[in-house]
Design a protein around this ligand. Structure first.
Ligand code: KIV
Ligand code: ZN
Length: 517
């Protein structure tokens, strides 16, 4: 069982499970390991690594993450049946500190339409499955799905039963993002006062953001006695997402006066985690996103700028350094060497092995040849492009030549490697990006539809790198790829190829019949 200091709030990150379930956010194995390692380094207490029964890929990811995580507990999700629980255990049994998280829908709507079981049948299932999970693992978390729309007397009954069956953490999900802060606190208070055992074990909160209240609801639950918050980086998650980890971390840090709770988080790693998850998921972070948005520390109006020059506290409640933001400054040019790059990368909060650094150095030199001024943001974009997350991809762009200008049609000639074999292909199109995408489609035919194509500049200036996001849809499933380059068409081609690689991964994923939010 997890022991918690009176005022400590455990951070349970579900970016790799609830986050990855958001349409289009499919991640590869190496990407998941990279995120899990960073979460561990950042001080996350529990990492929900996936839903092992969902697919071979999920199973493999949970099991590989279990082997490499050094500090955090590694948790796998399982529905309320023996097959799920056994599969979950097999995936996490190599972890130093494994946790099984099992759940069942308890609200009237879930009882009638999702699980199609009576109240009595649900009670039987809870006893049976929590006890079964306990035969494998000491640390069992249990969740009544859609708890916030479950009748209070039934909620008390199911929670009591799960504790009797051996659950050591009780998680209360607001599955559909329906609750509000006052109610969220009330539910936790009522549960704790009705079930004395809840004072001894961890009560957890898991909120979705459908009404934009996930962070407020989670904090209200904490004030009422919850000591574990389930959240995701950038608030990634199905529909409007989950509670954002960075918001919980900074709210608890900045408002110690009214919320005197501690976490194990190193908040200086927040910006790095946000950028990594954005790149890997292909979901850009909105400019005005709290804590990690591009504008979160920007001051535009004259009054604000004037105040900031006199005293930063006039318009800033936290320092950019607290989340790991360094000032945008000119870092290096084409004459900078490996040692300078290593130092800069470490200042940005990254530590790379020799091979990764060498790989990055080659890319940095190529960039410095093309771009006069290399900024921190450029290096961060290069880090995201790091071969560690791309070299295992099925399709790779080897070369690209395009002709564009006022005379149509524009043309593209691409060399694409598929499973290590090079293919040269040419095509025309309505503009260089269209011609390039047509060429790629020729060499890798597919029926996916382009749903979204977005370009944004990493820094200022006409020689800025472009970051491109490409979202594809195939048979109702979405994938998003992202890439950066000083050449916008090359960045577009790489982002398209990245999304096709994710599509291949996605095709291998078999959806479990009942989806967990
Ligand atoms: O939102 C939810 O109910 C979930 C459960 C699986 C905990 O994600
Ligand atoms: Zn959820």
């Amino acid at each position: 069982m997890v022991k918690v200091d009176k005022e400590q709030v455990l951070i349970f990150d579900t970016t790799l499970r609830d986050g990855e379930q958001s349409p289009g956010a499919t991640m590869s194995l190496s990407e998941k390991i990279e995120i899990a390692s960073l979460l561990d380094e950042m001080g996350v207490d529990i990492i929900e690594a996936g839903f092992p029964i969902a697919s071979e890929g999920d199973f493999e990811a949970v099991s590989e993450i279990s082997k490499v995580i050094e500090n955090a507990r590694v948790c796998g999700l399982a529905r309320a049946n023996k097959m799920d629980i056994e599969r979950c255990w097999r995936a996490i049994d190599r972890a130093d500190k494994p946790r099984i998280h099992t759940f069942i829908g308890t609200s009237p709507l879930h009882r009638e339409f999702q699980v199609r079981l009576s109240k009595e049948e649900i009670l039987d299932k809870i006893s049976e499955t929590v006890q079964y999970a306990k035969t494998f693992c000491e640390d069992v978390q249990w969740s009544p799905m859609d708890a916030t729309r479950t009748e209070m007397d039934f909620l008390i009954k199911v929670v009591r039963l799960a504790i009797e069956a051996g659950a050591s953490t009780i998680n209360i999900p607001d599955t559909v993002g329906y609750t509000a802060p006052k109610e969220s606190a009330e539910i936790i208070r009522k549960l704790i006062s009705a079930i004395p055992e809840l004072k001894e074990i961890v009560v957890s909160t898991h909120c979705h953001n459908d009404l934009g209240m996930a962070t407020a609801n989670s904090l209200a639950a904490v004030e009422a006695g919850a000591r574990q918050v389930e959240c995701t980086i950038n608030g990634l998650g199905e529909r409007a997402g989950n509670t954002a980890l960075e918001e919980i971390a900074m709210a608890l840090r900045v408002r110690q006066d009214i919320m005197p709770f501690s976490t194990n988080l190193d908040t200086k790693k927040l910006i790095r985690a946000s950028r990594l998850v954005s790149t890997v998921s292909g979901f850009p972070v909105q400019f005005n996103k709290a804590i990690v948005g591009k504008n979160a520390f920007a001051h535009e109006s004259g009054i604000h700028q004037d105040g900031m020059l006199k005293h930063a506290g006039t318009f800033e409640i936290m320092k950019p350094e607290d989340i790991g933001l360094t000032e945008t400054n000119l870092v290096m040019g084409k004459h900078s060497g490996r040692a300078a790059l290593r130092k800069k990368i470490s200042d940005l909060g990254f530590s790379l092995g020799d091979n990764q650094l060498q790989d990055l150095f080659i890319k940095f030199k190529a960039l410095a040849d093309r771009k006069k001024e290399v900024y921190d943001e450029d290096l961060l974009a290069l880090l995201s492009e790091n071969s560690m997350t791309r070299s295992d991809e099925l399709l790779q762009l080897v070369d690209l030549e395009v002709t564009c200008g006022t005379k149509a049609p524009q043309t593209a000639k691409a060399k694409i490697s598929i499973e290590g074999k090079n293919h040269i292909v040419e095509s025309t199109g309505d503009g260089p990006v269209d011609a390039t995408f047509n060429a790629i489609k020729k060499v890798f035919p597919h029926s996916a539809h382009l749903q979204h194509f977005q370009i944004h500049a990493v820094t200022e200036g006409t020689d800025a790198q472009a970051t491109v996001s490409v979202r594809l849809e195939e048979a109702g499933k979405m994938v998003t790829g992202q890439s950066s380059d000083t050449d916008t068409v090359v960045a577009s081609a790489k982002a398209y190829i990245n999304s096709l690689n994710k599509l291949v991964l996605r095709r291998r994923k078999k959806a479990p019949e009942a989806v967990a939010n």
